[in-house]
Design a binder for this molecule. Structure first.
Ligand SMILES: *Cc1c(COP(=O)(O)O)cnc(C)c1O
Length: 468
């Protein structure tokens, strides 16, 4: 794209090419839906979820590792992803009674649930035991409460994983220290038939592979020790945190090098360390393959071999990585203001539909600009743009908060955005679209539209939940 600020190309973060998203953009469906809903909406591409899940199963099979995938439900509230998890042979990771109910109601068997989260309330523990769900126990008092529930219920034993406080993240509020784990193992032995101790778990912040491999290696050792005490200890859960790539390596590295507050509305200053790593050399299923091939500290062999030799099943709880390319978010431009060298757009929704904005950070992938009357895709739209070059614009919300910006960054659009245009934020299914949504200002929550059969000239759509 053209040089516009005398300092090099305008920083751009184009989404990785995706045939299904392109097909939807080119189909003419989005302006029609924008008209129908009269406000922002999300579209979901469940076929991408299916493909991501299959790819993870393939990686496990290729490595000869016995494993099981749980979809971390908090990453998206749609019903369709839970249905696809159930249909694709995956379980679901839930952390509240509401999530557990949703998972069961959309076809996931109780035995295929893992219940995570700290200090789970007794009602959730009771349901989890009744349904035969695996429960990741976060603290000693929670283990005691669970034993009580299992003893009073007398239906079936509580299936337990013991969650480990990562030694590399000693300030985490989750998990148990080494000493607490030893006590917990002891209490599981004492609990007898009330508890089935199936192994250990962790969930690490960050996306690095080596610390995950190291801790997984450590948990395998803990399993072997616990077996000596007569416990089953046959599986470990490595949580989530498989990174995904939103953009290509070049764009990401150029962006990081050229990062400067002049590219943001109001000179907003983000640190590059505040951003999600929008490109990873190993992403999604490849990250899982790389993890299995990584040698945990203190071991001469890769994690995959360690697991096989110990007869330990690998559980994983990916959220974001299963939702890669599985949805996007559409806003309509309601107004355009000219500022010094850029435009300020106001769209018909809020940054509560783009959750990254609420973590001292910004959702960086470039939104697509679509004409309201577009019947062709973004490429054709860009080609018809009058002056060649870059038209920088930041994106604000239809609210009265100064800080409610969907994009502080001045995105370099291929033409001047106009009132009535649509902005399509790509790849928002993982956390962005709904984890922070709220009917602030009495604005309705954006509906979710499930789109499939994107290989046909006219993709098929329906609402994720039927109106009641
Ligand atoms: C959030 C969470 C996950 C999912 O993490 P991703 O980064 O989306 O893969 C998995 N397990 C636990 C315990 C979590 O809290």
């Amino acid at each position: 794209m053209a040089v516009t600020d005398g300092k090099g190309p305008w920083p751009a973060l184009p989404a990785l090419p995706d045939a299904a998203t392109d097909a939807v953009l080119a189909s003419g469906l989005l302006p029609e839906l924008a008209h129908a809903f009269g406000g922002p909406f999300h579209f979901l591409l469940p076929e991408a979820f299916d493909a991501n899940l299959r790819a993870m199963h393939d990686v496990l099979a290729a490595a000869g590792v016995d494993g099981f995938v749980y979809f971390a439900k908090k990453a998206n509230k749609a019903a369709v992803f839970v249905e696809r998890a159930a249909a694709g042979g995956a379980g679901v990771d839930v952390a509240s009674t509401g999530e557990l109910r949703e998972a069961l109601g959309h076809g996931v068997r109780g035995e295929h649930l893992v219940v995570t989260g700290p200090a789970k309330d007794p009602g959730l523990l009771r349901l989890a035991v009744q349904q035969g769900a695996l429960i990741a126990v976060d603290a000693l008092d929670e283990l005691d409460a669970l034993v009580t529930v299992a003893l009073t219920g007398r239906v079936r034993p509580a299936r337990v994983l013991l969650r480990c406080l990562p030694p590399a993240q000693p300030h985490s509020r989750f998990g148990m220290t080494g000493a607490e784990l030893a006590t917990a193992v002891e209490r599981c032995v004492q609990a007898g038939d009330a508890v089935r101790m199936e192994g250990f778990s962790f969930h690490l912040s960050g996306y690095a592979l080596q610390p995950r491999a190291d801790l997984a290696g450590h948990l395998v050792e803990l399993c072997l020790k616990a077996r000596v005490q007569g416990l089953e200890a046959s599986r470990i859960s490595i949580g989530g945190g498989l990174p995904i790539s939103y953009t290509d390596a070049d764009s990401w590295h150029t962006f990081l090098t050229r990062h400067h507050s002049r590219y943001y509305h109001a000179g907003k200053a983000f640190g590059t360390g505040d951003f999600y790593p929008y490109h990873s050399p190993n992403a999604g299923p490849d990250a899982l393959a790389a993890l299995l091939a990584t040698r945990p500290e203190g071991h001469g062999r890769p994690l995959a071999e360690l697991l096989k030799d110990a007869g330990v099943v690998l559980l994983l709880e990916p959220g974001r990585a299963l939702l890669d390319r599985a949805g996007a978010t559409v806003f309509r431009v309601q107004g355009v203001k000219d500022r010094d060298g850029y435009q300020l757009l106001t769209v018909d929704g809020t940054s509560l539909s783009l959750s990254e904005q609420w973590f001292d950070s910004e959702y960086l992938p470039d939104p697509y600009l679509l004409s309201q009357d577009a019947t062709t895709g973004p490429a054709a739209d860009a080609a018809s743009a009058a002056p060649a070059g870059v038209h920088p614009a930041s994106v604000g919300a239809a609210t009265c908060l100064e800080s409610d910006m969907l994009t502080w960054r001045k995105v370099g659009f291929p033409r001047r955005p106009r009132t009535g245009d649509l902005l399509v934020y790509p790849n928002t299914a993982g956390y962005q679209m709904d984890s922070n949504e709220s009917p602030f200002h009495d604005l309705p929550l954006p509906p979710k539209v499930v789109v499939d059969r994107t290989d046909r000239p006219r993709p098929r759509w329906r609402l994720d939940r039927h109106l009641t």
